[in-house]
Design a binder for this molecule. Structure first.
Ligand SMILES: Cc1cc2nc3c(=O)[nH]c(=O)nc-3n(C[C@H](O)[C@H](O)[C@H](O)COP(=O)(O)OP(=O)(O)OC[C@H]3O[C@@H](n4cnc5c(N)ncnc54)[C@H](O)[C@@H]3O)c2cc1C
Length: 311
């Protein structure tokens, strides 16, 4: 992407969003890995008008763009992202109840939403209480745990499609939610979601939430920067098991190491770079392929100039 296109996009966005548009904005603090470089352009949209301005800039300049949620499933390149990063602002952090349904904005944290469901005596979202997602990221990834996932509760999704520059409501059944993925259009920013829950006893909901939190504390390296599961589990198998069997738990590259607590987690230790993490992902992948013939598919999304092609 050439600098003229970035400058042109910046001028378009500056006219509509003023100083809220940031340039060379650090992304590392916005990710759970806490590594990676800056975004050439960064905006926290607070309205459809902001999203419209972003769409216009993207259409007119063809700059690359990416939507960031809580940043808990991304690895940002050390060189950052040479395009526009959008991260929904506070206006999209809300939740409302309507009978046994909850609606929420795309920036609402999933654990907080699980708390809202608990307050209203609504069951079905307990699985999300310890997943560090935003509603938008959880929808796109079909986040899940303990045998439950967003697909089980999601009714419809409100998106703003950047390329046409228009809002649209999509039924959950239309986006092919699958294991840690969906077929949401790439330019669709999830601005809200509607979930169908069931009335339940609060004591039971609380017990399920406590159990989910406790399981995580026991099994995951929560004190160190990571991105959750690095690889998807292959059908009827476990990525962590395959990694352990290949001896992957002993591997490290620079400051990045495979977690001693959970083999499918990579933790960014002191001085780790995104390049370290990427090379470690590659090394683990090659190890498992050589050992068991399985090519693990990454769950983590790469942002910026990062490539995981098998050479
Ligand atoms: C400690 C830890 C534990 C985890 N445990 C689990 C788990 O149990 N189950 C699980 O499923 N995941 C887990 N994860 C991974 C992660 O939390 C999920 O993938 C989550 O859904 C990512 O949401 P996010 O808001 O952080 O999205 P991001 O990581 O910011 O983005 C992920 C993807 O979603 C897209 N996206 C984000 N927001 C939007 C939006 N508003 N509109 C459109 N697209 C958007 C991004 O472009 C990107 O492609 C864990 C991560 C960590 C760090």
């Amino acid at each position: 992407m050439n600098d003229d296109s970035i400058a042109h996009a910046e001028a378009i966005l500056r006219a509509d969003c003023g100083e809220r548009l940031r340039s060379e904005f650090p992304l590392a603090p916005l990710t759970s890995f806490r590594i990676g470089g800056p975004a050439a352009l960064y905006l926290e949209p607070e309205s459809a008008d902001d999203l419209n301005a972003a769409g216009k800039a993207i259409r007119e300049t063809a700059i690359p763009f990416v939507v960031l949620g809580k940043g808990s499933n991304v690895l940002v390149s050390d060189d950052g992202f040479h395009g526009l990063v959008l991260r929904l602002g506070r206006a999209y952090r809300w939740a409302a109840r309507d009978g046994e349904r909850l609606t929420a904005g795309g920036a609402m944290p999933l654990p907080a939403l699980a708390g809202v469901a608990f307050t209203h005596g609504l069951g079905g979202l307990e699985f999300g209480v310890a997943i560090p997602a935003s509603v938008g990221g959880a929808v796109r990834m079909n986040a899940g745990a303990h045998g439950r996932e967003m697909a089980h509760v999601l009714e419809s999704i409100d998106v703003f499609e950047l390329l046409p520059g228009a809002p649209r409501r999509i039924e959950a059944t239309e986006v092919a939610l699958s294991y840690r993925g969906s077929e949401l259009p790439r330019d669709a920013v999830v601005v809200g979601a509607r979930m169908s829950l069931v009335a339940a006893d609060r004591v039971t909901i609380r017990a399920r939430m406590d159990e989910a939190r406790e399981w995580r504390r026991r099994t995951q390296p929560l004190a160190e920067p990571n991105c959750g599961s690095v690889f998807k589990n292959p059908p009827a198998d476990s990525a962590a098991r395959l990694i352990e069997e290949s001896g992957g738990k002993e591997v490290s590259v620079g400051g990045a190491l495979v977690s001693a607590k959970h083999a499918n987690f990579i933790v960014a230790g002191t001085g780790a770079t995104a390049t370290d993490v990427l090379e470690l992902i590659q090394a683990v992948r090659e190890r498992v392929l050589a050992h068991s013939g399985v090519l693990l598919e990454p769950e983590v999304h790469l942002v910026g100039d990062l490539d995981l092609a098998i050479r």
